[in-house]
Design a protein around this ligand. Sequence first.
Ligand code: ADP
Ligand code: ADP
Length: 219
Amino acid sequence: MRLIFVGPPGSGKGTQAKRLAERRGVPHISTGDLLRDAVRRGTDVGKQAEEIMKAGKLVPDALVIRVMEDRFRSGDCEKGFILDGFPRTLGQAEALDRMLERVRMPIQVVVLFLVGDEAVLERITGRRSCPVCQTPYHTRFVPPRIPDRCDRDGAALVQRPDDSEEKVRVRLEKYREETEAVIPYYERRGLVRRIDGEVDPDRVFEALEKAVEESSPKS
Ligand code: ADP
Ligand code: ADP
């Protein structure tokens, strides 16, 4: 299965991608996670991306495309992959097509998570993440068993520097200006499946599995 998850910040892409990737045994590839890792390690890409990410803006296509090309080279994508937060511009979508054409592994489904701005704001400001395994939690909606500790590895949860109300407004604006254009790009190929992302996480997961099953049953 080769999937793309598209949706505004906080629409549940990471939460659902993690779960589906574990269930199906395919990698969950999040450009946000890859970029944050590059920032932490202080790489060339990380240095260039850090301030842009803090401001809630989009990292330039050339940098993100380079990160994705490197990631695909790690050789664990034969059985498929879930792309979470990539592509986020038309330029990235075209570059992705070129990468996948070379290996004859076209995208099968593009899942669009529908969540309104109000819910996005509530979710992002309450989001806490595990710095070790990247699992997202929410102070009210998805609380960890022990407050502020990851259920999986016990690490102290952190709040992302770009998860403030002010930065989320910028990110929503970027989503409208740049990312929404990728929807008609895939719609023309009949690949887009819309999912109500405002119900509880288990119900979102059921709808997701159904959409994926109907569209790419055997792979
Ligand atoms: P994205 O990857 O799209 O930015 P996340 O998966 O990180 O979104 O989810 C954003 C926040 O909302 C997190 O705090 C997460 O725990 C919470 N969340 C995810 N799915 C739901 C849901 N269906 N209902 C309520 N809160 C959710
Ligand atoms: P969210 O799902 O909450 O929007 P992500 O973790 O996917 O957050 O992304 C965090 C930040 O990383 C983005 O605001 C942006 O600065 C950068 N980023 C991630 N993916 C991309 C991408 N495909 N293109 C450009 N910037 C990206």
